[in-house]
Design a protein around this ligand. Structure first.
Ligand code: ATP
Ligand code: MG
Length: 316
């Protein structure tokens, strides 16, 4: 499977992403549920598209649902459909997204935001491929491959009772973790170039590339908004840039938010120095344990929830 047979071109240079693509190529051919994890903007939707396009279902629909966008009642009818008269505004029968995806794939985006009662209904679809529309007792059977995605710490949601453990285990058969952009700097120049060419084409301006200064600024920035933030940054640079080479002055990034992954201690501020040490130390233990937070927390002898907090706070 060529990663670029999908709906959009996927840029992949870093070993971390190439490894995930290799796993995706294998899992795409099966009917297993897949759980895609990663921070906001890392490309979870793009990789879900790659799973669908590499599967036997490629010719059938690929339906996406943002589970965080709707309140519980509306989400239920969006997912499963309803029959006329099921509730006040149900003036006609409505097909749900699961039915629309029959034969194909459904992407349940922001799965961590699904209310508990709907989690039970989704679990049944995974186990039996069966459900009832809202207001109906006729059972509908569908043939759908389920991909779920979230930027939440889903293990923590399970531990705090906000996400059903049985649903988590069902979805977690194939977890795919898309690392944040700051942990795969090799992808930054490639992605930047790709977005530059795209926007240059649209804006009918000619750009030859980036100055060295601009490139090193792009590489050392921490990209809290990941690929989406990089894309926006390059779009702005294309609009305001006047030279053939995009310069550092054309890029707008949050000041001072640099990754510091090289272990350099900035200045002589003790708290900052301790944080750099902590971040590097924790990152190393996480790497040694395949980014399994439960295992890394055990090795570090701290609570898992505290580790998640440190990862967020230190931008690991
Ligand atoms: N490897 C990549 N190659 C090309 N474009 C990419 C890549 N990764 C992400 N993008 C682009 O970055 C943007 C964000 O990606 P996407 O929407 O898939 O992220 P996400 O993880 O689903 O974000 P969120 O958690 O906010 O929903 C999109 O415009 C997508 O096309
Ligand atoms: Mg998304």
């Amino acid at each position: 499977m060529n990663p670029n047979d999908g709906y959009q071109k996927i840029i992949a240079k870093s070993p971390a992403i190439l490894e995930q693509i290799e796993i995706i190529e294998r899992v795409a051919k099966t009917d297993s549920s897949v759980l895609i994890l990663g921070e906001s903007g890392v490309g979870k939707e793009v990789f879900a598209g790659l799973i669908h396009s590499g599967s036997r279902r490629a010719g059938a629909p690929f339906i996406k649902v943002n589970c965080a966008a709707l309140p519980e009642g509306l989400l239920e009818s969006e997912l499963f459909g309803h029959v006329k008269g099921a509730f006040t505004n149900a003036v006609s029968n409505r097909q749900g997204r699961f039915e629309m995806a029959d034969g194909g794939t459904i992407l349940l985006d922001e799965i961590g935001d699904i209310p508990l009662p709907l989690q039970a209904k989704i679990l049944r679809v995974i186990q039996e491929r069966k459900f009832e529309k809202v207001g109906s007792d006729i059972t509908v059977t569908v043939d759908v491959r389920i991909i779920a995605a979230t930027n939440k710490d889903i293990e923590e949601l399970v531990q705090t009772g906000k996400f059903r453990a049985d649903l988590y285990y069902r979805l977690n058969v194939f977890p795919i973790f898309i690392p944040p952009l700051r942990r795969r700097p090799e992808d930054i120049p490639e992605l930047a170039r790709f977005f530059l060419d795209n926007y240059a084409r649209q804006g009918q301006k000619e750009f030859e590339g980036f100055t060295e200064d601009a490139l090193s600024a792009l590489i050392s920035y921490s990209w809290p908004g990941n690929v989406r933030e990089l894309q926006n940054c390059i779009e702005r640079a294309c609009v305001i840039g006047r030279n053939k080479l995009v310069g550092k002055e054309d890029l707008f990034m949050k000041q001072g938010d640099f990754a510091g992954t090289d272990g350099q201690i900035p200045g002589r501020n003790l708290k900052k120095a301790v944080n750099v040490f902590k971040a590097n130390f924790i990152r190393k233990v996480l790497e040694e344990n395949g980014w399994n937070q439960t295992e890394a927390a055990r090795v570090l002898a701290i609570q898992r929830t505290y580790l998640s907090k440190l990862i967020r706070e230190l931008g690991i």
